[in-house]
Write a protein that binds this ligand. Structure first.
Ligand SMILES: Cc1ncc(COP(=O)(O)O)c(C=O)c1O
Length: 387
C-alpha cells in the first residue's frame, strides 16, 4: 500500500508553482487551469518584449511558430499540420467553411456529447446545403458505437466527435468511430479540448483527420488560444472561406487580387495571431510536457477512483462511466441543485463547476488525495444537494 507521500509524489513536486493552491481546493480545471509561475512569467515577458522592442513582429511571428511546434509535439503531429487559432470555434469554422458538397455527401454526423459551439457551427452549415444528424447517448453513460454505426452512411461527409464529454466526462470510442467513418469514406473531426493535457494523444496513430483543442483548461494557459490539426494529405482538399491574411501562402505579400491559401495547415488561420495568449500557451504546454501527460493521466485516475468510491459511500449518483478507460479527468455527480452545490462548496473554499444537473469535479496534476478528501467532506456537509 502506497503511503500518502508516495501516492501524491507528482502534485507535491509541483504544487509550489501554482500559488492559488495555497488557499483554495481547486477542482475546476475542466473550466480553467490554475495560474502557474511559468504562465505568469510568460505574460511578464510579453509586456517586457513589447516595452523594450516596440513592435517586434518578426519575433512575435517566431513565437507563433514556437506555439505551433509546441502543440504539434504534444499530439505527435508535424508542425505544418497545425494551425494556431484564437479559439476552438475559429478552427471548426475554418474547417466547416473549407468543406464542399461532393458526390452527394451532404451529411454531418454530430454526437450528443458535443460542446454547444461545435453543434451550432455544424447547424449553421444547413444554410449551405448540409444535413446534420445527431448520434444519441440513450440510456448509456457513453454514446454507443452502434449508434455511430447506424448514423454514418455513404452520404456522410464528416463526423464531429468529442474525445471527452464536457458534461459527464465520458470518453467516446474514438478508434471505433474513426474506423467506421473511414470505411464509409467520411472524415472525422475530434474535439480534444476536455482531454488535452490529461490524456496522451498521438494523432497519427489515432488516424484522426482533424483535431481541435484550446489552451485554457488542462494546458494551464489562458483564454484566446486554440489549435487545429489537419492530416497533411487532407490540407489542400479543404479551401476555407472563413479566412484572413495570416492564412495566405505569403502573409506579407499584401496581395488583394486573389485567394491563395497556404499549402499547409496555416490556411486555417485568419487574422493577427493572439500574441499575448501565445506566450502563455507555450509556457503552459511546455510546463505540461515537463510535468508529464501520461503521469498526469495515471495520477488523476487514482484520484478519481478515490472520489467515486467516496461519492458512492455518501449515496451520491456518479454519472461518469465506472470504467477508468472510458473517462477523462472530469467526474460528474448528480445534484438536486447543482448551482447551489457549487456555491456552497465555494463558500467552503472548494472550487468546482456544474453542467446539466451535475456537479463537475475535475482534478489535474496538481491535485492531491487530500483535495479529494476535502471535497468529500464538503459533499458530506451538503449531502441534501446530492441527488
Ligand atoms: C469540449 C469543448 N469544446 C469547445 C469548447 C469551446 O472552445 P472555444 O471557446 O475555444 O471555441 C469548450 C469550452 O469549454 C469545450 O469544453
Amino acid at each position: 500500500m502506497a503511503t500518502a507521500t508516495e501516492r501524491d509524489a507528482l502534485p507535491r513536486a509541483i504544487r509550489h508553482r501554482f500559488p492559488l493552491l495555497e488557499h483554495q481546493t481547486y477542482l475546476n480545471s475542466c473550466s480553467q487551469g490554475v495560474l502557474s509561475d511559468a504562465v505568469r512569467g510568460a505574460y511578464a515577458d510579453y509586456l517586457r518584449d513589447w516595452d523594450e522592442k516596440g513592435a517586434p513582429w518578426e519575433y512575435w511571428m517566431e513565437r507563433t511558430e514556437s506555439a505551433r511546434a509546441s502543440f504539434a509535439g504534444l499530439i505527435g503531429a508535424d508542425d505544418d499540420e497545425v494551425a494556431v487559432t484564437a479559439s476552438v470555434s475559429a478552427g471548426v469554422n475554418a474547417i466547416a467553411s473549407g468543406l464542399r458538397i461532393a458526390d452527394g455527401r451532404n451529411r454531418i454526423v454530430v454526437s450528443d456529447f458535443e460542446f454547444p459551439t461545435v453543434g451550432q457551427i455544424w447547424h449553421a452549415q444547413e444554410d449551405r446545403g448540409y444535413e446534420i444528424a445527431h448520434v444519441h447517448q440513450g440510456d448509456s453513460p457513453v454514446v454507443p458505437l452502434e449508434a455511430f454505426d447506424a448514423a454514418i452512411d455513404e452520404r456522410t461527409a464528416l463526423v464531429a466527435v468529442t474525445q471527452v464529454c464536457y458534461r459527464n466526462g465520458a470518453c467516446i470510442d474514438l478508434e471505433g468511430v474513426i474506423r467506421i467513418a473511414h470505411e464509409r469514406g467520411a472524415l472525422v473531426l475530434v474535439d480534444s479540448y476536455q482531454a488535452i493535457g490529461t490524456m496522451p494523444i498521438d494523432v497519427h496513430a489515432l488516424g484522426a483527420d482533424l483535431l481541435v483543442a484550446g489552451a485554457l483548461k488542462y494546458l494551464l494557459a489562458s483564454a484566446g488560444l486554440g489549435f487545429l490539426y489537419c492530416r497533411r494529405d487532407l490540407v489542400e482538399q479543404l479551401r476555407p472561406t472563413a479566412t484572413g491574411w495570416f492564412a495566405d501562402a505569403d502573409v506579407f505579400a499584401m496581395d488583394i487580387q486573389d485567394y491563395s491559401p497556404a499549402p499547409d495547415a496555416r490556411r486555417f488561420q485568419a487574422g493577427t495571431p493572439p500574441i499575448p495568449s501565445i506566450y502563455a500557451g507555450i509556457a503552459g504546454i511546455e510546463l505540461m510536457k515537463e510535468i508529464g501527460v501520461a503521469a498526469t493521466r495515471a495520477h488523476v485516475s487514482q484520484l478519481n477512483e478515490a472520489l467515486i468510491a467516496g461519492a458512492d459511500e455518501l449515496g451520491g449518483h456518479v454519472v461518469t462511466p465506472r470504467d477508468p478507460a472510458s473517462r477523462g479527468a472530469l467526474v460528474a455527480i448528480r445534484s438536486t441543485d447543482e448551482h447551489a452545490l457549487v456555491a456552497a462548496l465555494a463558500a467552503d473554499g472548494i472550487l468546482t463547476s456544474s453542467r446539466d444537473g451535475n456537479l463537475r469535479v475535475s482534478a489535474h496534476c496538481y491535485n492531491t488525495h487530500e483535495d479529494i478528501e476535502t471535497l468529500l467532506a464538503g459533499l458530506g456537509r451538503h449531502r441534501s444537494l446530492l441527488a
